[in-house]
Design a binder for this molecule. Structure first.
Ligand code: COA
Length: 449
């Protein structure tokens, strides 16, 4: 049967930047290294006053269609993954299709459009839907457009405020893809959790510390489930392991757990035993507390070994380069991680076709999904088309006052009285922009040449 996977990708970052160590940390009276070293973030992206999840998604999709020479008739499905939707009925994909129809002659009249929700996992679930649609033979030779778009804002002074971000990732899902094909095998870890939620409110209720623990627990279950169908995973099986990245420090924790799991009962565990001992086994301990203490000690040792550090620098660190500069994009984050890895390989001139990735997605609430991907022979050309470096570079650097005003502009509960209206920071060019409200409360958009 033919391979199905990601044929092309494009990334659009919000056009404003908040410098975390130099602007945010001093205003909060915090050590800049909490951001750069602890969380692993240099900056967050924010939408300019005329940007939102529709403009960012439509701009990413438009660029993707231009690179690929596509017209609306080539697309049989548009799924938008978001946790920042502003309408409980009309899906964001209809707004994005409406934008795109302003610049193309054809229409998406025969495309199935929808919106997917499961916190940050929904982008991966939308790829899954597209994969199943193509594999079932219902696509009539057409491709699916999957767009993960979010404005990840937290309430002011919430600990999550440090990990905000905004942007969109558009992906084309096709038969015989040029970038990566997806494995049939996948694993899930799923449980009813209340770590992060938005019960009809814009900003999330978050139990941050707990969300970190839930992420790790669900990811471990998903890996075990994946291994149940695909066989055991080993540290050298994968060129890169992109994880959902709310902030790079989270991935640092997940990678260490993954490594410990993969080397258990292998010669690598034996090789490291002289230096840090063997991994503690639960049955050897009288109490759970003693076992957990021994595990913590082992992990501390493992983290410092040359073997782990070399593996982390080669397989995981390259997945974090984009996230470090843009923050958390919720549904788009794991797709930024994959793109970062492939971009690094491209810049290093690495031959990657035929190599595999292990992709770990996560959504609060909570569910993790793990599958494998195989890099395809056409990957280099597709990665060469990415415009994210220019996007990151051209952002307007906000001072703290401006950041506060931008946060208010995007806060749905703060009505602008006209007086305090803030000017845009950047000039739109060849892109879709927000153009005010219609008579039924709908949002309107236009394309600026
Ligand atoms: N130098 C170096 N590291 C520092 C530091 C400094 N000056 N100050 C703090 N750090 C480290 C901390 O040790 C910690 O790392 P560790 O967890 O490995 O120990 C990290 O930076 C974060 O510091 P912490 O004090 O825990 O931050 P916080 O209390 O502000 O909250 C989160 C961190 C993640 C809980 C918070 O950002 C949050 O709620 N985020 C949103 C939810 C989220 O993204 N969850 C992830 C799963 S989806």
């Amino acid at each position: 049967m033919t391979d199905v996977g990601i044929d092309a990708i494009e990334i659009w970052t919000g056009k404003l930047k908040l410098d975390l160590p130099n602007t945010f940390a001093p205003a909060k009276g915090e050590d800049p290294e909490k951001y750069t070293k602890g969380l692993g973030l240099n900056a967050s992206s924010f939408p300019d006053t005329y940007e939102d999840i529709v403009t960012m998604g439509a701009n990413a999709a438009h660029r993707l269609m231009e690179h690929e020479g596509l017209t609306p008739e080539d697309i049989g499905r548009i799924d938008v993954a978001t946790e920042s939707s502003f309408d409980n009925s009309k899906p964001v994909s209809t707004y994005i299709a409406g934008c795109l129809e302003r610049v193309y002659e054809g229409k998406f009249s025969h495309a199935n459009k929808g919106e997917r929700k499961f916190a940050c996992l929904a982008g991966t679930q939308s790829i899954d839907d597209a994969y199943n649609w193509i594999k079932s033979g219902r696509n009539r030779g057409r491709s699916a457009l999957v767009i993960a778009t979010d404005t990840a804002l937290y309430a002011r002074n919430d600990p999550g405020e440090a990990t905000q971000g905004a942007g969109a990732v558009a992906m084309l899902i096709s038969e015989d893809p040029d970038l990566v094909s997806l494995s049939t095998e996948q694993g899930y870890g799923s449980a009813d959790e209340t770590d992060f939620l938005k019960p009809n409110q814009q900003f999330p209720s978050v139990d941050g510390k707990r969300s970190v623990q839930v992420y790790l627990a669900r990811m471990r279950e998903a890996l075990e489930d994946f291994e149940g169908v695909a066989g055991r995973t080993h540290t050298d099986d994968f060129a890169y392991i992109p994880f959902h990245t709310p902030f790079p420090g989270m991935v640092r924790k997940a990678a260490l757990f993954g490594y410990r799991h993969m080397i258990r009962d292998t010669s690598m565990e034996d090789d490291l035993a002289g230096e840090i001992g063997r991994q503690p086994r639960e049955e050897a301990f009288d109490s759970e507390g003693d076992f957990e203490e021994a595990l913590r000690e082992y992990m501390d040792g493992l983290k410092r070994t040359d073997a782990y550090q070399e593996w982390y620098a080669r397989v995981v660190d390259p997945t974090l380069t984009i996230s470090r500069e843009v923050g958390n994009w919720y549904t788009g984050s794991v797709h930024l991680a994959r793109a970062s890895a492939l971009k690094t390989a491209f810049e290093e001139g690495r031959e990657l076709a035929g190599e595999r990735l292990l992709v770990g997605s996560y959504g609060s609430g909570a569910q993790a999904e793990i599958h494998a991907e195989t890099v395809q022979p056409g990957w280099e050309e597709k990665i060469a088309d990415l415009t994210i470096d220019e996007g990151i570079e051209r952002r307007y650097d906000l001072d703290y006052d401006e950041y506060e005003r931008v946060h208010d502009v995007h806060n749905h509960d703060i009505e602008s009285d006209g007086d305090g209206e803030i000017e845009e920071f950047t000039a739109p060019e060849s892109e879709f922009v927000f153009d005010g409200w219609g008579r039924m409360g709908e949002r309107k958009y236009r394309f600026v040449e």
